[in-house]
Structure formats: C-alpha cells, structure tokens
Design a protein around this ligand. Structure first.
Ligand code: FMN
Length: 314
C-alpha cells in the first residue's frame, strides 16, 4: 500500500513535469516571441496603444512621457501587411495614436510626428467616458445575482441561438485583459457528434454527457504574449474571461457547468486532431450551457469568509 502511494506521488510529479515541458514548448512555438506573423503584430498594437491611452489619462502629465511608445505604435501601424489588412486592432491603434498627438498638442507640445489619416468610416472610438451617477450605484440585490449561480448538469435539448450566444460573448468581452489584448477565443459547438468527440476527452462529464447540447471551448491566444514572464498570463486572463462567460449566461436566465481542461499533453494533442482549434489557442476550459431541464441544482457549500480573508496592516 505504502509502495503504491509513493509510486503515485512520483508519478504525479512526473506528469506535472511533462505538462510544464509541453506548455513551455507551446510558448516557444506559438507565443508572440515569433510575432513577425500578422496576428502577433495586431496584439502588439493593442498592447502599445493601451500604454499610450493610459498615459493620456494619467493625473500627472509629463511633456516627455509617451513619445517612445507613440513612435513604436506609428511603426507598427505602418507595417505594410498591417496597413493592408486593416483589422479592428489597426483602427483602435490609429485612434489612440491620433488622440495622443491631439492631447499633446492641446498641452502645447508639438513634435515632428504626424497624425495618421484613417480615410475610413471604420473608426473604433476610444477615449474618455464620464460615468453617470447610476454607474456607481449598488445593484438592488447583488446577492440575488451572484449567489444564485450554480453549476447545472442537466440541460434541455434546445440549441441556444446565435443571437443569444453573441450577446453572451459581448457581455463577457468587457472582461479586463492584460494591456487590453483581448486574446480570448470561443469555439461554440452544438453538433451532438462533435460535442461527444470533445467530451470523450474531458474528464469530468461522466453521468451527464448525454444532456449537453451546447458547448463552449474557451481558449486564449498565446501569440498575444511575448516576454517570458508572461508565460502564465494567458491562463489567468482566460480564466477570468471564462468566469465572465458564465456570469453572462446566468444573467440571461440560462445555466452552465464549467468543465476542466487539466489534461495531459497527449489528450491536448488529441483534441486538436479531432476538432479544428488554432495552434496558438490554449484551451482554458469547456463550458456546457443551455436551458435548465428542471430547477434542481447541486449545492456545493462554500466555506465561511474567515477562511479566505486576512487584514494586513503592517
Ligand atoms: C475550472 C473548473 C473546472 C471544473 N470542471 C468540472 C468538471 O469537469 N465537471 C463538473 O461536473 N464540474 C466541474 N466544475 C464545477 C465545480 O465542481 C463547481 O463549480 C463547484 O463545485 C462549485 O459549485 P457551483 O458552481 O455550483 O457553485 C469545474 C469548475 C471549475 C471552476
């Protein structure tokens, strides 16, 4: 018995090591470190634009601040493939860049650096917003919303329509992300055969596989990340996004169940053979969702707040 336990301990550590190597190699291949690819440039534009937009709204303004990033952004926006593709990131970038130049000009600082002519109606507005009084008001009953979300494992066979799915994803898109890179990507599956294929590789759906008719695979794009210290960031942001998706589902009166993707490299490779998932997309988790078949949910009792909370004053 003891020998078996000791063997399990070592085996688990080896699996962990194997996972670390696998994900390191994924970072090596698919992170923004290799960002000559257009996808990487687009993420880089959002990242640098965000540094600039922050500098515009800093309470203390310095004449010299931001110019270095403005130049980097200008160069990125002038890469020929970027200019040709004109993605949404491009328009966000140009908008922020021009706002920065205007902002400096209105503060009496002019440099030898020009605005970029958009020559297009496709102008994604960013900038200041004044939050009205309502924005700071507490919800009437926040507990009612937050404490009434449960993981459901029994769904009606109804397929959730595309308008609702897009509404869910639009609500969830307000999730904050590192430098506003918005690197999440959701695969939506409602074909029973493909759902079965996906779930056959997921370890926590036994007993309710049959009742799942709508499935999200939530992923994060590794190519949005470049510095080595960002190696974990796509999982963190992706987890936050997944939570927003679940709250969005809940806000629309639908129910969901998160399904873990704590898997081995072998299974992660396998799902990519069965389902077309972009190579640079790391799977964060799956989410089964839909209309509840009945109103019975499993209560997974929470521990009291004292377990999660400590005041540190020194
Ligand atoms: C990342 C993640 C993965 C999960 N994976 C599974 C799963 O594979 N199967 C399952 O039945 N529940 C899964 N759950 C649901 C948890 O069991 C559930 O959230 C927890 O018991 C709390 O219950 P509640 O969501 O009803 O509040 C997962 C939850 C999270 C956050």
């Amino acid at each position: 018995m003891r020998i078996l336990e000791n063997f399990k301990k070592i085996y688990r550590k080896l699996i962990a090591f194997n996972n670390i190597i696998y994900h390191y190699l994924r970072f090596y291949k698919y992170s923004g470190t290799n960002f000559e690819k257009i996808n990487g440039y687009n993420f880089e534009i959002l990242k640098v634009a965000h540094a600039l937009e922050k500098s515009i709204f800093m309470p203390e303004q310095k004449d010299e601040s931001g110019w270095e990033n403005a130049k980097i952004l200008f160069n990125l926006l002038n890469i020929s493939s970027i200019k040709k593709e004109k993605s949404e990131s491009y328009f966000i970038g140009v908008n922020v860049y021009n706002k920065f130049i205007e902002h400096k000009k209105s503060n009496g600082i002019v440099k030898d650096i020009k605005k970029i002519d958009l020559q297009s109606e496709n102008f994604l507005e960013s900038g200041k917003i004044k939050i009205d009084e309502q924005g700071f008001k507490s919800l009437q009953n926040p507990e009612k919303f937050f404490l009434s979300r449960y993981s459901f494992r029994d769904f009606k066979s109804k397929i959730i329509n595309d308008i609702t799915v897009k509404r869910i994803l639009n609500l969830a898109s307000k999730t904050p992300s590192t430098c506003n890179r918005q690197h999440w990507f959701t695969y939506n599956i409602n074909n029973k055969e493909i759902i079965k294929k996906a779930l056959s590789l997921q370890s926590g759906n036994r007993g309710f596989t049959e009742y799942i008719h709508n499935l999200f695979i939530i992923t994060s794009d590794l190519s949005a990340f470049k510095p080595g210290q960002e190696v974990y960031q796509h999982w963190i942001d992706g987890g936050m996004y997944a939570m927003s998706v679940m709250y969005a589902i809940h806000s629309l009166g639908l129910v969901s169940c998160p399904l873990n993707w704590s898997t081995t490299p072998r299974i992660d490779r396998k799902i990519r053979k069965k389902i077309s998932i972009k190579k640079s997309h790391s799977i964060i988790m799956m989410i089964a969702y839909g209309e509840p078949k009945n109103n019975i949910a499993c209560v997974s009792k929470r521990k009291s707040i004292e377990n999660f909370y400590k005041v540190i004053n020194e």
